[in-house]
Design a protein around this ligand. Structure first.
Ligand code: SAM
Length: 304
C-alpha cells in the first residue's frame, strides 16, 4: 500500500492493522485502540478505533465495515432491491450481523417484517456495544433476529419473502455455502414470484473468478442476473459489487424513480442517478462475465 508518510507505516509498532488480500495486496489502517477482541466459535471478531475511519469491525482480520463509509455499502445493498420491488413487505437478511443492512431496510414503510439470520452472536454483541450508529435498528419491533446458520434457515423455513439480501463475508468458513448452488436453489424457492435476491459479490478487479462462479451457481434458478457497482474505501481495490437476481423484475425498467422521490428517505449515497448508474458496467467487467449476466439496457432510451 502506498504511504506518503516518512514514518515507518507497518504494523511493527502495533499501531497499524494490515489486511492482506490473496497474498498480493495489503490494506493498512492506523489504529488508536482495540475496543473488542474475541474468538467466537466461527471467527476472530475485532472492533478497533481507527485514526481515519472511525470504529471498524474485522472478522478474521478482514475489514467488514468502518463507521466512515459503511453507509455506501448498506444503502446500496438495501435500497436498490427495495425500490425495484413493487411492494416489499417481507424481507430476509442472511448475515449482516452488524445491523447496517436492516437499518436501511427498515427505513422502508412498506416493510412489515424483516428476518435477519446471523450465524455469530458475538458479531452482534460487539456491534451493539461499539457500533451503535450501525446496530441502532436491531431492536425494531418489525425485526426478528435469529442466531443460526442462514443455510439451515432457508432449508427449513416455510415462509415466503419479497426480497432476500445475502450480506455475507467473503466465501471462507461459514460463508462458503452462501455462494453455492443448493443455497441459491432454496432462496429461489422461498422468494415470491416477483422476488429479488441481492448477494455480496466481491471485487470486480481481484475476484472475478468468484463472481463468475457465484453467478453461474445462481443462473439455473433466476431469469435475470445482473451485477451493480459502488465504491468501498476499506475493501481491497476500493471498487466493489453486489449481484442482483430476480425471476423477472428488471432493476432498471421496473424501477419507478417517483417512488424514491415520494419516500424521501435520508440517504447519503443512494439516489435515483446512482441507482441507474450502478448497473452500467465497465467493459472489462462485461467481458469477464460475458454470457453469465444479462444486458441491463439496450440503449440509453431505456432510461427515459
Ligand atoms: N459487509 C461485509 C463484508 O462484505 O465484509 C459483510 C458484513 S456482515 C458482518 C457478514 C456476516 O455474515 C458476518 O457477521 C458472519 O458471521 C455472517 N455469516 C457468515 N456465514 C454465515 C451463515 N452461513 N449464516 C449466517 N450468517 C453468516
Amino acid at each position: 500500500m502506498k504511504n506518503s508518510s516518512s514514518a515507518d507505516p507497518c504494523d511493527k509498532t502495533g499501531l497499524w492493522i494490515k489486511e492482506i488480500h490473496k497474498d498480493k495486496v495489503a490494506l493498512s489502517f492506523k489504529i488508536e485502540k482495540t475496543l473488542f477482541s474475541e474468538r467466537s466459535q466461527f471467527q476472530q471478531v475485532d472492533v478497533v478505533q481507527t485514526a481515519g475511519h472511525g470504529v471498524m469491525l474485522l472478522n478474521d482480520g478482514i475489514v467488514q465495515l468502518s463507521e466512515r463509509d459503511e453507509f455506501v455499502y448498506h444503502e446500496m445493498i438495501a435500497h436498490v432491491p427495495l425500490f425495484v420491488h413493487p411492494s416489499p413487505k417481507q424481507v430476509l437478511v442472511i448475515g449482516g450481523g452488524d445491523g447496517g443492512t436492516v437499518r436501511e431496510v427498515l427505513k422502508h414503510q412498506s416493510v412489515d417484517r424483516v428476518v435477519m439470520v446471523e450465524i455469530d452472536e458475538i458479531v452482534v454483541q460487539a456491534c451493539r456495544r461499539h457500533l451503535p450508529s450501525v446496530s441502532c435498528a436491531l431492536d425494531d419491533p418489525r425485526l426478528e433476529l435469529r442466531i443460526e446458520d442462514g443455510v439451515k434457515f432457508v432449508n427449513d423455513t416455510n415462509e415466503r419473502f419479497d426480497v432476500v439480501i445475502v450480506d455475507s463475508s467473503d466465501p471462507i468458513g461459514p460463508s462458503e455455502p452462501l455462494f453455492d448452488q443448493p443455497f441459491y436453489e432454496r432462496v429461489a424457492a422461498i422468494l415470491a414470484d416477483d422476488g429479488i435476491m441481492i448477494t455480496q459479490a466481491e471485487s470486480p478487479f481481484y475476484d472475478h473468478d468468484i463472481q463468475h462462479l457465484m453467478l453461474m451457481n445462481q443462473r439455473p434458478f433466476f431469469k435475470k442476473l445482473h451485477l451493480y457497482l459502488f465504491g468501498n474505501i476499506t475493501y481491497p481495490g476500493g471498487f466493489w459489487s453486489f449481484g442482483y437476481a430476480s425471476k423477472g423484475i428488471c432493476p432498471l425498467k421496473d424501477f419507478d424513480s417517483a417512488r424514491v422521490e415520494k419516500a424521501d428517505l435520508a440517504t447519503r449515497y443512494y439516489n435515483i442517478g446512482i441507482h441507474r448508474a450502478a448497473f452500467m458496467l465497465p467493459t472489462f467487467v462485461k467481458e469477464n462475465l460475458a454470457g453469465v449476466i444479462d444486458p441491463v439496457i439496450k440503449s440509453l432510451r431505456d432510461f427515459i
